[in-house]
Ligand binder design. Structure first.
Ligand SMILES: Nc1ncnc2c1ncn2[C@@H]1O[C@H](COP(=O)(O)OP(=O)(O)OP(=O)(O)O)[C@@H](O)[C@H]1O
Ligand SMILES: [Mg+2]
Length: 451
């Protein structure tokens, strides 16, 4: 028996309650009415009209990242005027109509079962040991990846900025691949492919195919036979080479360099790039036909700034990897610093930062602000922060050169006045306002300089 939560919104939907629950029961779904308490996993949301109240309830459900909603309209009329898209936008994963002419209950059961299987895999060690994160943005893409990896043999194109986890996801796709007697994952970095040797690298060669080919050699396609071929940085692949790869990617047959016989290679193709390949196709710098063949499924990994909820869990994960068995934490200001910092290199940046912090740390207590490498310290901010080391340095020099308190105070305010006037392009009124003095006071002071 498959368990799922169910919610009826509006009178029309409530009127169908008995019929829906009974039909779902027949196909093995035990639908538990949504209580006030904890809600998680896949569930069914039955509604009579896609009005504001319905969309609002849906949005509220979607605030829980582990929840996945199948929206079921009591009639086709409820989906008029593009309501389907509004429901998807409000967070529904799919939308169906409770059509008495069809066995909709079975269709619902099939979806709930698949979603439950995906959720089960998300919690598995295979996934959890590799990829950390529970933010909505991350869970949404992880669900897609798991579904395509475990339940299809589709080629996958992984897009995402540098350091977002593309290689890690490619490894996960191979690990979750359900093929019987699955073989190796073969990784080919397209940035290191030398054009003159690329044919051999991909297709392999026969003995004597070219000068230096003393023996026959298997290429990447042969090595990936029965497994997965991961073309990393596929955006760097020269256009000419893309043309050569079209046939093998489409039909899985190829010839070795210097050979005449056709060889068969069955592999799942996974490609990754941090380039916007669709733009490159539009510009003509990436072949359209090749793009369509490698991208039967595209998943885009979110940058870390769009999943900041994952920063601390990731940071703790890296700590654990670096110091296994030692329960280490971060002090509050360090946590704040980690959350506020920007990560242009995404998860890789965060991992490097944690490695550096961890190297400086001594003892068994939490990581403290002193563990943050000095070149990583945040720029000075907030009231009083301008009185930093360089400020003290200038005062020290003034004292060393014999300047007294009066002279130091005077030159500090003169400097402030000069800077403010320059900042305001010579406008004394505005400069005075910024300095918190009257125009007259500023004029007098300037007159003194000229004396
Ligand atoms: N969700 C995650 N959980 C744990 N570690 C992660 C996660 N995402 C990325 N990493 C780690 O971050 C680093 C960078 O990840 P990866 O090499 O997969 O990124 P990438 O997108 O291929 O980067 P690039 O574009 O620079 O090749 C690796 O050390 C990886 O283990
Ligand atoms: Mg990579």
């Amino acid at each position: 028996m498959l368990q799922a939560w169910i919610q009826f919104v509006g009178e029309e939907a409530s009127g169908q309650r008995m019929a829906v629950l009974e039909k779902l029961g027949h196909v093995g779904v035990q639908a538990v009415p949504r209580g006030v308490g904890e809600l998680s996993g896949p569930g069914v949301f039955v509604f009579g009209a896609a009005d504001t109240a319905t969309l609002e309830t849906l949005r509220e459900l979607q605030l829980r990242p582990s929840v996945r909603v199948l929206a079921v309209a009591t009639s086709g009329a409820a989906l008029a005027e593009g309501a389907c898209w509004r429901l998807l936008k409000a967070g529904a994963s799919d939308v169906l109509v409770w059509d008495r002419a069809r066995d909709v209950a079975a269709e619902i059961a099939a979806r709930l079962e698949r979603w439950a299987a995906v959720d089960h895999l998300i919690e598995s060690r295979t996934v959890q040991a590799r990829l950390v994160g529970r933010s909505p943005a991350w869970l949404s893409v992880l669900r897609q990846v798991i579904e395509v990896a475990a339940f299809t043999d589709a080629s996958v194109l992984i897009l995402g900025e540098s350091g977002t986890g593309k290689e890690e996801v490619a490894r996960l796709i191979h690990a979750l691949d359900a093929r019987a007697q699955k073989r190796e994952l073969v990784i080919l970095d397209c940035t290191t492919v030398v054009p003159e040797l690329s044919g051999s690298e991909f297709f392999g060669h026969e003995r004597g195919a070219f000068t230096g080919a003393v023996g026959a050699r298997e290429g990447a396609f042969a090595l990936a036979h029965g497994g997965t071929l991961f073309l990393d940085e596929v955006g760097e692949l020269p256009v000419g080479l893309q043309a050569q790869l079209l046939r093998v990617v489409q039909e899985r047959t190829y010839k070795r360099v210097g050979g005449n016989g056709w060889h068969q290679a069955d592999f799942r193709l996974v490609c990754a790039t941090n380039r916007e390949l669709a733009d490159e196709v539009a510009r003509g710098t990436f072949r359209r036909d090749f793009f369509h063949r490698i991208a039967s499924w595209v998943c885009r990994l979110p940058p870390l700034r769009e999943r900041s909820e994952d920063i601390l869990p990731l940071a703790r994960h890296f700590l654990q990897v670096l110091r296994p068995g030692v329960p280490l934490e971060f002090d509050e200001p360090v946590r704040e610093y980690l959350l506020r910092r920007s990560y242009p290199g995404n998860v890789r940046d965060l991992r490097q930062l944690i490695t550096r912090i961890c190297k400086r740390h001594v003892g068994t207590g939490p990581m403290s602000v002193g563990d943050i490498p000095p070149d990583e310290l945040p720029p000075a901010e907030g009231p009083g922060d301008w009185q930093d080391a360089s400020f003290a340095q200038s005062i020290r020099r003034a004292l060393a050169l014999g300047a007294g308190l009066k002279e130091i105070g005077r030159s500090a305010s003169d400097t402030a006045i000069r800077l403010a006037i320059a900042d305001e392009q010579g406008n004394l009124q505005r400069a005075a306002r910024r300095l918190g003095v009257t125009d007259r006071a500023l004029q007098l002071r300037r007159a003194q300089w000229e004396e």
